[in-house]
Design a protein around this ligand. Sequence first.
Ligand code: SF4
Length: 367
Amino acid sequence: MKLTCYYKLYHFIERHRLKYRALQVARLLGLRYLVVRMDTNFLCNLRCPSCQFSADRISSMRQPAMSLDLFNKIAQDVFPRTRILILSCGAEPLMTRNFDEFLDRAGAYNLPFLGFVTNGMLLNEKHVEASIRNRVSEVIFSLDGATKETYEKHKAGGNFEQVLSNIKMLRSYRAKAKAKHPAIRFNYVLTRSNITEVCDFLKLAKSLGGSTVRFRHLTDWGAAMDFSKETLSASPELYNRYHDEARQLATELGIEALLPAPFDLSSHEGEKQVSGNDKKSAGHICIQPWAFLYVEPQGLCRPCFFVPPQGDLSKMTFSEYQSLPEMKERKQRLLHDVENSCLFKVCRMKITSSVNDDSNFLLSDAD
Ligand code: SF4
């Protein structure tokens, strides 16, 4: 019943393009509306087999780290309109030598939400102190296992004891400062090899002071992990069983568990995916080009990960980027000619999102 109401509300919002309209109103009123993800480097200290950084093509995409000067330029232009800033996207932010200084610069903008995603291995006192003094909202740790063996299999190059010790350090500095922030969140990529540990992971997360665990299905990045062997879409019953156990345990522990919806076992395809036609019939409108900005270390920027960089914030302003002919055309097509838009041509949301995961289509809280 609850799910039916959710879908009704969801389709009502989509049918009337309410999120899109709210976004335009916020923009015109000068309110903060933008979700920004920024990589200040393009490096990682680990080689997790599930991650795109273990794919061969990544080595050809290396680029120097962002300078503080470029960060300042982008910050002055973009942060006054930013609602959510996450200082990492695909890379490991703590590989940026002076990452604490980037936090200091970002902290000056009083952003409603400031966070970063890390594997936690390089977290040190400087990062923790900068996170506390700049009121970082959330530090998101990617762990993927509740035991040393599983963690180190999924986080190649990581050390279980070290990462737990670093997280405990953050928790203890936070307690010493009598600060509520940063909140501690965990990311957990679900595979056939670690699904049996989801309940133990919730207990571990709770013991480390975590408030949220976001579980995600494995994405096929062409990475080192054998996707067909490890994806749970091939074992839907297995996932559904652990989904129910994890949900119940999370309620008992008082920790938020963000789990992908159970697979639809009546469908031969396993998980019901959003196909292009589903999107069209549901009247979806992708608001990424208006609401989202991904910035690479040298300033190249794009509205999502499925299209190549469109602009260069080292050379142009955000408004100039938004007015580029390619961006204007993309937005026009998404609004008025959806069948010929990137949604139907290049978008991989239909592969990576389930019908219940609308966060990429609706303006939502930090993902
Ligand atoms: S490729 Fe997909 S996510 Fe990107 S702007 Fe187009 S529809 Fe949106």
